[in-house]
Design a binder for this molecule. Structure first.
Ligand code: NDP
Length: 244
């Protein structure tokens, strides 16, 4: 899908790999000035090599103080994609405090914090803008060994709804996109066992995971980022509609 982002400044978190990296490149190719935020410098180096117009920011988004410092001079942002997340899979009875805190810090707290930083600027300028939170089907489906991950994504859905409600009057649209499995590094972690794959794909009407090719999923994100004339809009979708 060809969408022009010319004249827009986008910020994408979790930009080093997978969906985030792909989105950074799509936004840059669509004409946006893109700030790419992630925590592994080597990923940012290769991203800038691939697309020199990108502004890299290296920070661990689990760290509130470091994130505040890293983003304080970021400048006006029109489009924000809160994409960074981690998935640490453990059976419910083995979940540790560390896993819980790390996952909620990245998957939920950073969404709130980065959105606050960006939305305060949008409100002050009166420019409006668009925020897309990358949630997951896991916000709605119980998945084995995903207790913490599912809980974080459920939290992201509700956070999105309240953000949409409160930021809408400032012409800031807030949406969540809830994909099913995408075979990125994270996707392969949970979904490489063919038996497990079968239980999931048998419930997906199209019989396959999302993002095959990745451009289909990318088109969904880009349309959410760019479209909509409503003062505010809350929608969420499950790519490929998984039935449980
Ligand atoms: P990947 O693991 O492939 O990429 C995640 C990116 O986020 C990496 O660049 C990673 O950096 C970065 N990141 C993770 N933690 C931090 C942190 N603390 N600070 C800064 N950056 C961080 O994930 P995907 O591309 O698969 O997932 C992207 C989004 O899509 C996530 O929100 C995920 O929950 C969601 N999603 C994914 C699905 C899937 O099947 N893949 C399905 C549904 C939703 P590093 O590698 O250096 O840690």
């Amino acid at each position: 899908m060809e969408v022009s982002f010319r004249g827009k400044h986008a910020l994408v978190t979790g930009a080093g790999k997978g969906i985030g990296r792909d989105l950074v490149l799509a936004l840059a190719h669509g004409g946006a000035k893109v700030t790419a935020v992630t925590r592994t410098q080597a990923d940012l180096n290769s991203l800038v090599q691939e697309c020199p117009s990108i502004t890299p920011v290296c920070v661990d988004l689990a760290d509130w103080g470091a994130t505040e410092a890293a983003l304080k001079d970021i400048g006006p942002i029109d489009l924000l994609v809160n994409n960074a997340a981690c998935a640490k899979l453990q059976p419910f009875l083995e979940v540790t405090q560390d896993q819980f805190e790390q996952s909620f810090s990245v998957n939920v707290k950073a969404v709130l914090q980065v959105s606050q930083i960006v939305a305060r600027g949008m409100k002050a300028r009166g420019s409006g803008g668009s925020i897309v939170n990358v949630s997951s089907q896991a916000s709605q489906c119980a998945l084995r060994d995903h207790a913490v991950y599912c809980a974080t994504k459920g939290a992201v859905d509700m956070l999105t709804k309240v953000m949409a409600l409160e930021l809408g009057p400032h012409q800031i649209r807030v949406n969540a996109v809830n994909p099913t499995v995408v075979l990125t590094q994270m996707g392969r972690l949970g979904w490489s066992d063919p038996e497990k794959v079968k239980t999931m794909t048998s419930r997906i009407p199209l019989g396959r995971f999302a993002g095959q090719p990745l451009q289909h999923l990318q088109a969904v994100f880009l349309s959410f980022i760019s479209s909509g004339s409503q003062p505010y809009l809350y929608k969420h979708i499950v790519q490929n509609c998984c039935e449980f």
